[in-house]
Design a binder for this molecule. Structure first.
Ligand code: CA
Ligand code: CA
Length: 109
């Protein structure tokens, strides 16, 4: 009976999803950050836009602060995974996974 299987899958998701999300480096609102820093309004961050944007280290109203400054050339290079010279929202959100310091050891105790 397929419904039972779906229910079990849904139950499993409910059980395990909170574990996966218990530590949430993505609490930093990169969408708002991108919107603020996107000076030409093309929906992407070009390098000069990123360099001129806040570091994220200090509270600028994006929900939380970052452990590693995101407004650097190194961050841009790390995040521009498709190498089109600009950062999409999806690429920007990867910063949490690149740095991940906020979650270091959160589940290893
Ligand atoms: Ca832009
Ligand atoms: Ca890109």
């Amino acid at each position: 009976m397929p419904h039972a299987r779906i229910r079990i899958a849904a139950a499993a998701l409910c059980l395990f999803a909170p574990l996966a999300w218990a530590c949430d480096p993505a609490a930093f609102d990169f969408d708002a950050y991108l919107k603020d820093a996107d000076r030409d309004g093309d929906g992407h961050l070009q390098l000069p836009e990123l360099l001129a944007a806040p570091s994220g280290l200090e509270d600028a109203g994006y929900g939380t602060t970052l452990d590693v400054a995101v407004n650097t050339r190194a961050a841009f290079d790390a995040l521009d995974t498709n190498r089109d010279g600009r950062l999409s929202s999806e690429e920007l959100w990867q910063w949490g996974e690149h740095t991940h310091n906020g979650c270091a050891g959160w589940n290893s105790r």
